[in-house]
Design a protein around this ligand. Structure first.
Ligand code: GAL
Length: 691
């Protein structure tokens, strides 16, 4: 990825690759900018002027066109119609709205589908998708790729030098297409050949001596049937890696096609759903930056308290910010829910204030823009009943629309108060990294050993604890310079190469502090268990042996005792045997291994390694362990209750309340409050200037 960042964010990013190019895409003084999707093709042309004028009057600064409009852009093969888009762009410009254009690839037109039906995804059971929805074509299909690039090249030729167009969004919420078509088979075999070079290496990596799985050549290999019981784990893992790589290269191919015709002033991004098992997020090589989409209220997340489902789960935006920012120092949010959606299990109204709260939250995490899906509520189509910034009459702002308007005017106020002193010292001192590899998550999830295990839930226990400390958190990868952090949390890192173990060891020996959690280091980078004692290669690092691990039944949860307090667990417990120079911080109770260590602390030269062997049910053990460690390291931490998030950027402190009661924040008397009150109500926001 080509990183393009601004000076204000540079100091935050000293550990990252220096950007290949410093752009002026989103000027620092602007802080953030807000836009809305508009689909001219959905509305009578006589209304476009009125709608775009309204959008501008409400304070929006950009709009977003042509997302699912391939049929309108190329109604017949090779016949392009840009007239309507020309007129829409002119009207946007008339109202000072900048334009993001989309590549429309998520919706191939019927002529293409009927001419080459194999562009449609073939499912594992041999059935095939059909025209009539979106994202039903396969990234592994050569025709789909070729026709997509032809159409994109025409779009780029038409608008690549157009100053009214600021940038491009590729596809829509790209995610891996799992296709069992002929091209997918061919490409998978080619991919395997590139990866393993010879069939013996593949057989070794896939452990095919087990159950007579041996292959003689690459042409014998098919895409694995995930529903077939006992299917080779490594073949499945490689298949999911392949699918993710197809997504990344499809995006890169789109970006390269655009780049041949567009001016350097136009940027290229795409809008990922924050999926923590997706390897394609950040894996592209050609995008200028990445953005994400977020929906907070759709029936799946309880939040805090009885009405929490109307506010949403507080870690969802927080974690997306902290995951995307290290991958892409300049990042934005391409879709933020403006109100009720139509596709959830229960499409409740968000609590009044919640939409504005989310807007502030993406801003607080460093986002440089926010766009909303969508300006007008659709009156027909699959997304009927979805809210917009204005309702189905096309003119009346919805409550979410009014909250967007409020946020935009509040940002205007902030723009007058930008300062270069961006983040307080104490905040920076508690900056913490989480070492993360989505490949690990996929591997664990396909071979869990206990149905009580949930990798994302495990990660969240550490993440939430860190946010309660008011810590800025960066999700980092193995190739990151670890020395930018005092503490790195390494949760459930099942696959570790010896190289990584050495890197972690030297980080700790040189003064770094690691918190490694259960089920780490069992396997090498191939995903094979070590031919050694269980997880033996990490014993020197953690200062303990792992005698065995236990996975209790839900009706018989285990208990861990730490400093007189009891913590229950019932998914995974590593039973530890600390070496002489390692402290035991907690022990198991009430089972045949009662008294054995559950948490150990290993001073390692200048630094330390804390190993947390149990995955507690509530995340309370993880919180206590981290508190004890930060206390010992004299890192200043806060103690915010669940649902309170405090971040700093560009000279502002921003506190947000997702909890079910008001929260009074402790700020010094002379703090200059810009927005809100010290007592922050549910779904409320407080913004102040840093002195
Ligand atoms: C998103 C998608 C948008 C729109 C929206 C509706 O996931 O990217 O195109 O469908 O959902 O809420």
């Amino acid at each position: 990825m080509k990183h393009v960042i601004s000076i204000l964010t540079l100091t935050l990013l000293s550990h990252m690759l220096f950007p290949q190019e410093i752009g002026e895409y989103f000027p620092d003084q602007q802080l953030t900018t807000v836009g809305a999707y508009y689909y001219p093709e959905h509305w009578d042309e006589s209304q476009w002027d009125r709608d775009l004028m309204k959008m501008a009057e409400m304070g929006f600064e950009f709009t977003h066109f042509a997302e699912f409009a391939w049929a309108q852009l190329e109604p017949e093969e090779g016949v392009y119609d840009f007239g309507w888009l020309d007129r829409a762009i002119s009207l946007a410009a008339k109202h000072n709205l900048k334009v993001i254009l989309c590549t429309s690839t998520a919706t191939p037109p019927i002529w293409l589908v009927r001419k080459h039906p194999d562009i449609l995804i073939t499912n594992e059971d041999g059935t095939r998708y059909d025209h009539g929805s979106r994202q039903h074509a396969s990234f592994s299909n050569e025709y789909y790729r070729t026709y997509s690039m032809k159409m994109i090249a025409e779009l780029a030729k038409r608008y690549g030098e157009d100053k009214r167009v600021i940038g491009w969004q590729l596809d829509n919420e790209p995610h891996s297409t799992v296709d069992y078509g002929d091209d997918a088979h061919k490409r998978f075999r080619r991919w395997l050949k590139m990866k393993y070079k010879d069939i013996e290496s593949l057989n070794h990596a896939w452990g095919t001596n087990f159950w007579s799985g041996t292959y003689n050549n690459f042409n014998e290999i098919n895409l694995p049937k995930h529903r077939q019981w006992g299917m080779n784990l490594y073949q499945r893992l490689d298949h999911s890696r392949f699918c993710d790589e197809e997504t990344a290269t499809f995006l890169d191919e789109q970006a390269q096609t655009l780049r041949r015709h567009i001016s350097p002033q136009q940027w290229i991004t795409t809008n990922f759903i924050p999926m923590y098992d997706a390897r394609f997020i950040g894996a592209d090589k050609e995008l200028d930056f990445i953005s994400y989409t977020r929906y907070m209220v759709y029936g799946e997340h309880k939040g805090i308290g009885e009405k929490g489902y109307r506010v949403g789960e507080y870690s969802r935006i927080a974690m997306a910010n902290d995951y995307f920012r290290p991958l892409s120092p300049l990042f934005g949010v391409m879709e933020l829910q403006p109100g009720q959606v139509n596709w959830g299990t229960v499409n409740s109204q968000p609590l009044p204030g919640a939409v504005r709260l989310w807007l502030w939250h993406v801003f607080a995490g460093g986002s440089r823009f926010t766009c909303t899906y969508r300006f007008r509520a659709p009156i027909y189509g699959f997304e009927q009943y979805h809210y917009g910034i204005v309702g189905p009459d096309g003119v009346t702002p919805t409550s979410g629309g009014i909250e967007f308007q409020q946020f935009i005017s509040e940002i205007e106020l902030l723009r007058k108060n930008v300062s270069l002193l961006h983040q307080p010292e104490a905040y920076l001192k508690r900056k913490t990294a989480i070492l993360y590899n989505p490949d690990n998550t996929v591997a664990i999830e396909q071979n869990k050993q206990t149905q009580h295990w949930n990798t994302e839930a495990h990660l969240l226990k550490y993440y939430r604890a860190l946010k309660s400390f008011g810590a800025p958190v960066d999700f980092i990868r193995e190739d990151t310079d670890f020395t930018a952090y005092r503490v790195i949390v390494v949760p459930a890192y099942q696959q570790m190469s010896l190289e990584l173990i050495n890197k972690l060891t030297s980080f700790a020996e040189n003064g770094g502090n690691l918190v490694i959690s259960c089920r780490s280091g069992h396997q090498n980078e191939l995903g094979h268990l070590w031919e050694a004692k269980h997880a033996e290669p990490i014993y020197g690092l953690i200062g303990s042996e792992i005698a065995f691990y236990d996975l209790p039944q839900s009706f018989d949860p285990g208990i861990v005792e730490m400093e007189g307090n009891m913590y229950s667990w019932n998914s995974w417990g590593d039973i530890l045997e600390p070496s002489i120079d390692t402290e035991s911080w907690a022990s198991y109770q009430g089972d045949f291994y009662a008294g054995k260590s559950a948490v150990t602390f290993h001073p390692l030269k200048e630094g330390s390694v804390t190993y947390v062997g149990a995955d507690s049910q509530k995340g309370d053990l993880e919180l206590e362990v981290l508190k004890k460690l930060y206390d010992r390291l004299e890192i200043p931490i806060e103690s915010y209750p669940p649902g309170i998030i405090v971040e700093y950027r560009d000279g502002f402190g921003i506190a947000m309340n997702y909890s079910d009661s008001a929260y009074k924040i402790d700020l010094s008397k002379d703090t200059e409050i810009l927005i809100g009150e010290k007592e922050i109500p549910t779904a409320g926001v407080l913004v102040w200037k840093i002195n």
